[in-house]
Design a protein around this ligand. Structure first.
Ligand code: SF4
Length: 128
């Protein structure tokens, strides 16, 4: 068992999809690949389950979705990823969740539905 300071305190999930590729951007991000989002979420969930035992993660580890434009990801695909993290106990509620967003891609009705889904036991995750 790793000591608290030896454990990962935050989990970063990269969502590499964007509406367009900005000229100045060096991030791993791709435009015109949105058709791969579901496959990406499934592959990521598989990788999380396969590698979970190798990752010493604190019980209070936070979760950060970066990109790319994570807010482009459909809610059902986001749930696939979060479910894998919860199943493997890499992320536990009510630890904080943060997501980078392009306001133009946020459907607030959908966002509220994430909140209801993710808010079990947490008062602040995904609150807008
Ligand atoms: S990650 Fe940000 S800066 Fe890079 S291409 Fe996507 S929107 Fe543009």
């Amino acid at each position: 068992m790793k000591k608290q300071w030896e454990q990962t305190q935050g989990i970063y999930i990269h969502i590499p999809f964007c509406m367009q590729k900005c000229l100045y951007c060096d991030f791993a991000s791709f435009a015109g690949k949105n058709g791969l989002m579901h496959q990406y979420a499934l592959a990521l969930a598989n990788e999380i389950r396969r590698r979970a035992a190798e990752m010493p993660v604190s019980e209070r580890a936070t979760l950060y979705f970066g990109g790319g434009t994570p807010s482009l990801l459909p809610i059902d695909d986001l749930k696939i990823i979060i479910n894998a993290l919860k199943e493997t106990k890499l992320w536990r509620e009510p630890a904080e969740v943060t997501m980078e967003m392009n306001p133009g891609t946020v459907d607030f009705a959908n966002f509220a539905s994430i909140g209801k889904w993710a808010l079990i036991g947490s008062a602040s995750a995904f609150k807008v």
